[in-house]
Write a protein that binds this ligand. Structure first.
Ligand code: FAD
Ligand code: NAP
Length: 428
């Protein structure tokens, strides 16, 4: 629920569609984009039906509001009337209704704990959950240096026995950190990489340490017309040719992003408008890529389309520097035209420098003079490209790009007998 990243999506071939294996999105009606929602929240319309009053909500009261046209949901102790948001929710109304009239925190955290619901739903805030009266008293007994906890019996009777301890009563349960932590980073430089993609360099706040593991992404957050908008981005190294150092040294205070600007997008034009010295919030990292996948690896295949190249940057650097068993890395990079290829000359230089690396560019809309590969991801292209070094060599194929590209690629990889363990697909 409260699924934000690709507000007015999905258009039939929109690149922002989310994988069917992950959370799915439903087509939104005309006029129900994230921008439309922001406009509605700024219109002054009473979205809670309480004329701006905040109330204390009891569990009994919350349960009553469980219909589409009267739907309250509690997230981290705050109750929201999400009925006005129903048609704007990219995950669909049914997804939102799963938490109707109840505490949706767990469900929310499972699906997308990074979504800035406080900002998105501030006009829908009904109030706080009423706190149940405490049934225990806590007293500090200074004379003996102890804390005394007094529990009131429900009934004033003698107990015959104290019951049995609960399972695991004596163990420590690691706390699952829920909300994402954001730090404000300063824009240090912005450099054109292609006609629409830029390398952004952000500086972390003083004394901050942020290590984004290989294959993971962070969320960038910016206020857009008064609402905080969050989108995921994959940090890269400043260049493909620089020496690779992992883990990040404590004095490493910069974080780099390759970001394509979509002129009609919501977030990237705003990001592009930032001036050197301006700030953008960067979250802690997320993602499920495990570096252990590289252990004893011999053949690494990377399939990237457009900015789907971003996770491959650190993977490439790491693979060529830190996997002693590695024999071959092959990158197949899909783009529309030559002008869209990110870091083409760096890739060519790297392949020249390190003979273990092969790079193949595939263009979907090349000029007639292009004598490289052309078309889209296909069985023919993949079966020719994905040749193992040896019959039983340890192989990993990483794939990232527009969701339909990635989904199709994974299907083709299965058809080519690559096992689940040999494939890592990057999706949100
Ligand atoms: P959006 O508003 O999402 O729009 C994108 C494009 O789709 C625009 O052209 C817009 O006009 C079009 N569009 C929007 N709605 C519709 C519609 N209804 N019908 C037709 N077209 C529509 N991107 C990077 O550049 N670099 C990265 O490192 C990167 N890392 C990512 C990591 C992850 C895990 C994921 C999931 C995505 C990543 N992305 C990355 C993509 C990024 O998160 C954003 O989706 C992207 O920047 C677009 O955001 P936007 O708000 O500017 O555009
Ligand atoms: P793009 O320029 O639109 O497309 C790049 C190439 O992929 C083009 O050749 C394009 O062909 C092809 N392509 C597009 N859709 C396809 C499909 N359905 N099937 C086969 N080929 C397809 O790409 P982009 O705008 O840079 O978008 C990159 C995508 O990667 C975004 O959706 C972004 O969210 C995603 N991404 C994900 C992660 C992650 O999950 N970790 C990280 C970074 C980026 P056409 O010319 O025919 O369009």
């Amino acid at each position: 629920m409260l699924n934000v990243p690709s507000q007015s999506f999905p258009a039939p071939r929109s690149q922002q569609r989310v994988a069917s294996g992950g959370r799915s999105k439903v087509p939104l009606k005309q006029g129900r984009s994230l921008m439309d929602w922001i406009r509605l929240t700024k219109s002054g319309k009473d979205l809670t039906g309480l004329k701006g009053r905040l109330i204390e909500v009891t569990e009994e009261e919350l349960k009553k509001h469980n219909k589409k046209d009267d739907c309250w949901i509690c997230i981290r102790g705050f109750v929201y009337n999400v009925s006005p948001y129903m048609e704007y929710h990219p995950g669909g109304e049914d997804e939102l209704m799963r938490a109707a009239g109840s505490d949706g925190t767990e469900l929310f955290d499972q699906v997308h704990r990074w979504v800035n619901y406080e900002s998105m739903l501030k006009e829908c805030l009904v109030g706080r959950m009423a706190i149940k009266p405490a049934v225990l008293k806590v007293r500090v007994v200074e004379s003996v240096g102890k804390i005394e906890i007094v529990l009131q019996k429900k009934e004033n009777t003698s107990w015959d026995f104290l019951g049995h301890p609960l399972k695991n009563h004596n163990s420590l349960i690691p706390r699952k950190d829920t909300g994402l932590y954001y730090r404000k980073c300063q824009l240090i430089s912005k450099e054109d990489v292609t006609h629409d993609t830029r390398l952004f360099c952000l500086m972390l706040p003083p004394s901050t340490h942020l290590q984004v593991p290989i294959g993971q992404h962070v969320y960038l957050k910016l206020p857009i017309t008064g609402t905080e908008i969050v989108k995921p981005y994959t940090p890269v190294s400043g260049s493909l040719l620089s020496e690779f150092k992992e883990p990040v040294l404590p004095n490493n205070k910069y974080i780099y992003f390759l970001i394509k600007i979509y002129p009609t997008g919501l977030f990237t034009p705003e990001l592009d408008r930032l001036q050197i010295g301006d700030f953008v919030s960067v979250s802690s990292p997320e993602g499920n890529f495990k570096i252990s996948k590289f252990q004893e690896l011999e053949d690494l295949f990377l399939l990237a389309a457009g900015t789907g190249f971003t996770p491959m940057v650190k993977i490439l650097n790491y693979a060529l520097t830190d996997i002693p068993s590695l024999r071959k890395v092959k990158l197949m990079f899909f783009n529309k035209t030559e002008d869209d290829i990110i870091w083409r000359s760096q890739l060519e230089k790297l392949a020249f420098k390190d003979k273990r690396l092969d790079v193949e560019f595939v263009l979907s809309a090349p000029i007639s003079e292009w004598n490289g590969k052309q078309g889209h991801i296909s069985p023919a292209l993949l079966s020719e490209f994905l040749k193992r070094n040896l019959d039983k060599s340890k192989v990993l194929v990483c794939i990232c790009g527009p969701v339909p590209f990635t989904e199709q690629g994974v299907r083709l990889l299965h058809d080519l007998n690559f096992s689940k363990n040999e494939i890592h697909s990057f999706t949100a």
